[in-house]
Design a protein around this ligand. Sequence first.
Ligand code: 2P0
Length: 354
Amino acid sequence: EATKNWVLMVTAQCPTNIAVIKYWGKRDESLILPINDSISVTLDPQHLCTTTTAAVSPTFDTDKMWLNGKEISLSSGRFQSCLREIRSRANDVEDQEKGICIKKQDWEKLHVHIASFNNFPTAAGLASSAAGFACLVYSLSKLMNVKEEQGKLSAIARQGSGSACRSLFGGFVKWVMGNEANGNDSLAVQLASETHWDDLVIIIAVVSSHQKETSSTTGMRESVVTSPLLHYRSKEVVPKRIVEMEKAIKTRDFALFARLTCADSNQFHATCLDTSPPIFYMNDTSHRIISYMEKWNQFEGTPQVAYTFDAGPNAVLIAPNRKAASLLLQRLLFYFPPPSDTELSSFVIGDKTI
Ligand code: 2P0
């Protein structure tokens, strides 16, 4: 008689991603299907990443999850979709050393425990759901010996949170909106690997770590219903920008990359302003950063830095290389001087020490 006290577990790490052509708006709320393609860059795994351990044992009597040590509910449709989709693709798993043999059909009865940690503040508006759902889906797929290729897994992560599908790949990633009603073709594809343009340096200036007032899910729903600009953007602007951005990435054309990234961030925030009632994600400090960066780029005649802002006031600044990044840091320190007793690894922008 085999022992029932075994636990089998898998740990995975997944970085977050930053969109340079933004996703904003769904055409299907429950399957999470977007109204336009988007493109992102995946960060290095040592920064802003989620680590998730998924475990299975015959002694577990329900599925459970902990986030940063606190138990959270798995009852939402998003968690349930991810769990259901992964379970339905599970395969036999054998660990001879431990004397474990799980048959494909056993997975329907077995329960999982999932523990997830973010190495960054969850509430800081730094795309925690992207890394979180990508890591959840990936760790479960390894635990259950799911054999789907990464693109298919991305379509499952998408059902947890749209932007999560892009975190299944490193480097530059495109989320193809797809056109099938079942969403099977709405998935991520890698445009370029993490080594293709590894001179780029990404600096995140935490302007405020307060939780945002309007969640992305709610915000984009309101934009779809009320913003004429959003529909113009998704039909007329984004398709052309996607082609241009792919070209900029392929040829490592920083000037083109920076122009498109800044323009797309600004148009995304314009659609937020065009929403009724208007949504303000950026604050005065964000606006000051934009104007400093624009002035610098204009002064030099060619872009030195790209900026982009998501559903919050924090700035994501992208420099073409380490030299430009150090000049950028000098500028940030000049405009937002830290108090004299601050260690140089952290400084103050707006109301928050980072
Ligand atoms: C993006 N954002 O492309 C855009 C830009 C924020 C601004 O994806 O409802 O958390 O879970 O699909 O993915 C944030 O939205 O929304 C987001 P859901 P998600 O990165």
